[in-house]
Design a protein around this ligand. Structure first.
Ligand SMILES: Cc1cc2nc3c(=O)[nH]c(=O)nc-3n(C[C@H](O)[C@H](O)[C@H](O)COP(=O)(O)OP(=O)(O)OC[C@H]3O[C@@H](n4cnc5c(N)ncnc54)[C@H](O)[C@@H]3O)c2cc1C
Length: 290
């Protein structure tokens, strides 16, 4: 399919849930694109020995990951490396990646794994009012102004350097390992503390630090894993998991979810099984529309 094709089903996440869903979408002959890490689930690959995945009495996480990837791709699912930043719901869903690629699909399955991202106090309320997740998209709004960037992954450094070119000052708060080798523009102020909250009533006014307030016009938060409600506005979350019904449907039409992102137990077998249900539900949703 062409880059600007309309896919039947777009799946976010290349772990057991996403790949389990992909296999079953392909069995039903739907076109499928998976967006996520090329090598699959970082979590599953950390499992030294899995003894409870049916059909494989003893298998390492790495080997199971390879089998899942080979199976899905062998059935014609297309896998693209990419971090999903935003999904715009609608009759046709538009998915935007962090590097600004656009994908169109008729249904979406979220298989993003455990919800790791904890929102900072103030973050939810100020989103879109001086707070954003993509400097490449929104950076130009802050030309000549002071901004703060909270980076939870080295990928943030590229965004920081872009902002350093256009903003009067960039304050950078990295919170990942390997900060000794930061590759940031010398004009950037680097901090070794974590902001406590984002400040402001109607708009961002600054960030709260352990020793006081840092006034800024804008704040960017760059995370490796975004919370699902950041990806799709209005998505219902309960106890830090995506709320789904028994058919893995979320509260947003055409959007389904499967695996660790829907809650406990956090297990590969449960993830793959929910992937299957989500796939069949997505297929039914598409068939009904036709
Ligand atoms: C040490 C360890 C041992 C384990 N042992 C076992 C075991 O013995 N048995 C068992 O059943 N389970 C075990 N597990 C748990 C198992 O790995 C998980 O339950 C399973 O991987 C969940 O699958 P998932 O597809 O839901 O999520 P994940 O495997 O976490 O995959 C989610 C994927 O989505 C990607 N993603 C997230 N957000 C985005 C985004 N915005 N854009 C693109 N991609 C995104 C992530 O990077 C990740 O690759 C173990 C886990 C660990 C860490």
């Amino acid at each position: 399919m062409e880059a600007d094709s309309l896919w039947d089903i777009l799946i976010v996440g290349t772990g057991p849930a996403g790949l389990g869903a992909a296999v079953n979408c392909r069995v039903r002959e739907k076109s499928v694109i998976l967006l996520g890490a090329e090598g699959g689930s970082e979590r599953l690959m950390k499992a030294p020995e899995i003894k409870n995945y049916p059909g494989f009495p003893e298998i390492s996480g790495k080997d199971l990951m390879k089998k899942l990837l080979d199976h899905a791709q062998g059935m014609g699912a297309v896998l693209e490396r990419g971090r999903v930043q935003t999904i715009y719901p609608g009759d046709e869903l538009t998915t935007v990646t962090r590097d600004n690629r656009l994908f169109r699909s008729r249904a979406v399955i979220l298989a993003t794994g455990i919800q790791q991202a904890r929102l900072l106090p103030g973050e939810k309320d100020l989103l879109g009012s001086g707070l954003g997740y993509c400097a490449t998209c929104d950076g130009p709004i802050y030309r000549g102004k002071e901004v703060a960037v909270i980076g939870e992954s080295p990928e943030a450094e590229e965004e920081v350097n872009f902002l350093a070119e256009i903003c009067s000052k960039v304050h950078y708060f990295p919170s990942y390992k390997g900060q000794g080798e930061l590759k940031v523009d010398p004009r950037v102020n680097v901090y070794r503390v974590k902001p406590l909250s984002v400040l402001g009533e109607e708009r961002v006014e600054g960030v709260a630090l352990p020793d006081g307030k840092l006034p800024v016009a804008g704040v960017f938060i760059i995370r490796d894993v975004a919370a699902a409600e950041q990806i799709i506005s209005g998505l219902k979350i309960e106890e830090n998991s995506i709320e789904v019904d028994r058919m893995m449907a979320t509260n947003i039409p055409g959007v389904f979810a499967a695996g660790d992102c829907t809650g406990k137990p956090y297990q590969a077998g449960k993830a793959a099984g929910e992937g299957l249900i989500a796939a069949l539900s997505a297929v039914r949703y598409l068939d009904k529309k036709e």
